[in-house]
Design a protein around this ligand. Sequence first.
Ligand SMILES: [Ca+2]
Ligand SMILES: [Ca+2]
Length: 200
Amino acid sequence: MKKLNAKGFTLIELLVVITIIGILATGATAVYTSAQQKARDSIRQNDVLTLKSAVEQVFGDNAQYPKTPELYKEIVTDGKYMAQLPDDPKSGQADSTTQFIYIYGASQDETTTVAGQEYEISANFENAGNSETKEKKASDTGDDDERWEVGINVGHVITTTAATTPWAVNGTNNYGGTNSAGDGIALSVDSCASSTGNCS
Ligand SMILES: [Ca+2]
Ligand SMILES: [Ca+2]
């Protein structure tokens, strides 16, 4: 009988192969994750700019930006400037610094005290290594280095801790009043139907 050549891989050779496969898999996963994060950051930039455009249209028609708690009503229900408000791709989920939510807030003008003359929309970026989004959130003249702030006079604090309760107005709605912390709303498509009075 012909003797089989039983020579195979040694244990060391197998360990080397397994290690190399592991390194390649880890690298591929990191690249994939980074690409996914960049894709979501791109969606965020589009969403914020689309909402900005709608808010500016409201101002063009009414000479006032939408009231903070009535954004949905003025943008979607009454004005039909958008079919739906945008929702962060990772809505409500937390990272190390903040929740992934879009925040909107409007206020009077600081000097003339005319209502609805200033507004801010902000978003949280995800891909920490992206120099373009890093630069965007750092050079937006806002007060929050962790978020990209877009609007008029974005140096004010416009935030909300109501990330898990979108549409709740956190603190006093300062539309027509003074700027203070906690005057924004978290945007969400999903929870709109269950909100009280802000969706219709
Ligand atoms: Ca910023
Ligand atoms: Ca701000």
